[in-house]
Write a protein that binds this ligand. Structure first.
Ligand code: ZN
Length: 136
């Protein structure tokens, strides 16, 4: 990664913290956990630490995980997060989620893992009419 000025890094962290304060990003994109601190930079979602571990297991061709307060980000990655976010991403990835479906909780690691795999690897609940909103 190219060397980034301290100012630029701090600006990125501020932008990400601001995004995390939005109601739509206050809950993990994949489970009911509050205050996510991780992100998938190509899917554009904010996720909790448990889900971030599961995302890592999907492989980087599916999800690239970064910390919103520890890692260094490229400007384009930060920009993509501000354009996407949990609401917009889930409008696509959870478009076909059955009515009344309850997402597994952070304590149900097995259930969460199979849900996340179905959601992103098999696009099980994704919109059939739209193109996946991802960033390479
Ligand atoms: Zn989660």
């Amino acid at each position: 990664m190219s060397k980034q000025s301290k100012e630029q890094h701090q600006r990125h962290m501020r932008i990400l913290q601001r995004e995390l304060k939005k109601p739509e990003n206050a809950i993990c994109a994949d489970c009911p956990s509050r205050s996510p601190r991780w992100a998938s930079i190509n899917l554009g979602v904010f996720i909790c630490i448990t889900c971030s571990g599961i995302h890592r297991g999907l492989g980087v061709h599916i999800s690239k995980v970064r910390s919103t307060n520890l890692d260094t980000w490229f400007p384009e990655q930060v920009e993509f997060m501000t354009k996407m976010g949990n609401k917009k991403a889930n409008d696509y990835w959870e478009a076909e989620l059955p009515e009344g479906f309850k997402k597994p909780s952070e304590s149900d690691r097995m259930g969460l893992e199979s849900y996340i795999k179905a959601k992103y690897t098999r696009s099980k609940y994704a919109s059939k009419s739209d193109v996946a909103p991802t960033y390479d």
